[in-house]
Design a protein around this ligand. Structure first.
Ligand code: PXG
Length: 458
């Protein structure tokens, strides 16, 4: 079937008739009509009307190696011909998940040697939650089952993912979250630091919120702390350098497991294989997905550390948990090839030594002085811009979140796909971006901000 037989109007009409989209106000979408992306190549996506758009979001934080990779298509094709599917239940395996698990153990932080596969980040976090609670049961402490998370965290959209996450709008719609999950402040200095408080001190204070939550519940009631090394969907909130080492110290002090959600930060985005390595911390579990396959196939991998894994293996008997597509042979074949490309092309070193620092620098140079811009932040190939009405007082436009959408729409119309989340513009480009691509993006972003300033009367 070829979409070319359909006009945009026809596709929009069919979509409006039948397709329920993720995180979408459907009345609004059906009135406006969908943008239909029909192909992509390297750093660019193309819509049905032939518009070329530079993809500053790598799809949805996932397309690390860029679009149009023949090698990944071939890896999937070869695996599908040989063995399109078989499961990993009932004492079976297939070769690719076995080899991928071993490869992940090589690149993971020390001690995280075992892997549980799923198809999405949400599934992996569901697994992680069940695994840590099971761990404490097996250790004879079934009451040690509370999880501490942060407000504005995103950990997925299943009931467990939404419950672990700290998005209040999602909680409001749940009709009952998974019990025993509490949320503390995120390390978001731009809005939460006190006047005159140093970054360092703010990082320690935000970590102390976790200690307070442990003390309030009693350490014998707290199973784990979960956090994204850098909150992604929440607005690329980069913690002060003091935060993560202090979180690790607190977790160890109270014997609370440390769970990192690296669904966005994993596989090179921060200039290391994992942000745990960027921050020098040793978590008990790491949730990964997205860039594991560069989004060419749905796949997640929960990396499990020695402590949890050995208890589950040695004392656990059967763990009643698993998905039809756990260790899907095609997805794992694509992941193996994708990791090979990331390594062969030196993409992680490039982010660490060149494009990562350059992105933050170039964004600051291009839009740091812009009247709508309250702050520019970057870490590896993650970027964020705070949109404000008043730079000095940090006053926002009303209603909340309305201004960033104006910037976003101008950016897309001018050939740059970026996201607006609340009052923050966020970027997460493919790791293949060069300095020239960053310059191109910055030029388009500046133009979008100028047009938005005109619209907003700023
Ligand atoms: N953890 C993190 C940190 C994520 O960013 C998930 C878990 C869930 O992954 P799945 O594969 O189940 O979607 C994510 C997903 C956005 C946006 O608006 C971000 C995500 C998903 C959808 C939208 O930025 N991240």
């Amino acid at each position: 079937m070829s979409y070319q037989n359909y006009s945009l109007k026809q596709l929009q009409a069919i979509d409006a008739e039948h397709h329920l989209h993720p995180f979408t106000d459907h009345k609004d979408l059906r009135q406006a009509g969908t943008r239909v992306i029909v192909r992509a190549d390297g750093p660019f996506i193309y819509d049905s009307e032939g518009n070329e758009i530079l993809d500053g979001m790598a799809g949805l934080w996932c397309v690390a190696v860029g679009y149009g990779r023949e090698e990944l298509a071939r890896a999937a094709y070869e695996q599908m011909k040989e063995l399109p599917y078989y499961n990993s239940f009932f004492r079976c395996s297939t070769p690719t998940p076995t080899l991928l698990a071993a490869r992940l153990a090589e690149i993971a932080p020390k001690g995280l040697d075992q892997v549980f596969f799923g198809s999405s980040g949400s599934e992996a976090n569901d697994t992680a939650l069940r695994l840590v609670r099971r761990y404490w049961q097996l250790e004879g402490k079934p009451e040690k089952n509370r999880i501490i998370s942060r407000r504005t965290a995103y950990h997925g959209s299943t009931i467990a993912g939404a419950s672990l996450g700290g998005m209040s709008g999602m909680h409001d719609q749940l009709g009952g979250a998974v019990p025993n999950i509490v949320h503390v402040m995120p390390p978001y200095a731009y809005e939460l630091a006190n006047e005159g408080e140093s970054d360092h001190d703010f990082g320690l204070r935000a970590a102390k919120a976790v200690e307070d939550a442990i003390l309030e519940a009693g350490a014998d009631k707290v199973a784990a702390f979960i956090g994204e090394p850098i909150q992604g969907a929440g607005g690329v909130r980069i913690p002060p350098a003091s935060y993560w080492p202090e979180i690790q110290r607190i977790c160890r002090k109270y014997d609370v497991l440390l769970m990192l959600d690296e669904v966005i930060t994993g596989y090179g985005r921060t200039g290391e294989w994992f942000a745990a390595q960027s921050y020098g911390i040793e978590p008990d579990t790491i949730t990964t997905a997205k860039a594991l396959t560069s989004g060419y196939q749905p796949l997640s991998a929960l990396l499990v550390g020695e402590r949890v894994a050995s208890t589950i293996v040695e004392k656990g008997g059967e763990f009643y948990h698993g998905y039809t597509y756990s260790g899907h042979p095609v997805a794992c074949a694509v992941a193996l090839k994708n990791l090979e490309i990331i390594e062969r092309e030196g993409l992680i070193e490039r982010v660490r030594d060149d494009t990562g620092p350059y992105l933050a620098e170039a964004l600051r140079a291009a839009v740091g002085d812009h009247p709508l811009v309250g702050e520019v932040r970057g870490f590896g190939l993650l970027g964020a811009i705070e949109i404000v009405k008043d730079k000095a007082t940090r006053e926002r436009f009303q209603p909340a979140g309305s201004a960033a959408v104006v910037v976003r729409d101008h950016a897309v119309a001018n050939g740059l796909m970026i996201r607006a989340t609340g009052d923050t513009m966020i970027m997460s480009p493919p790791l293949i971006w060069t300095r020239a691509t960053i310059d191109l993006a910055c030029g388009r972003l500046k133009k979008a901000l100028d047009l938005a300033a005109r619209d907003l009367g700023a």
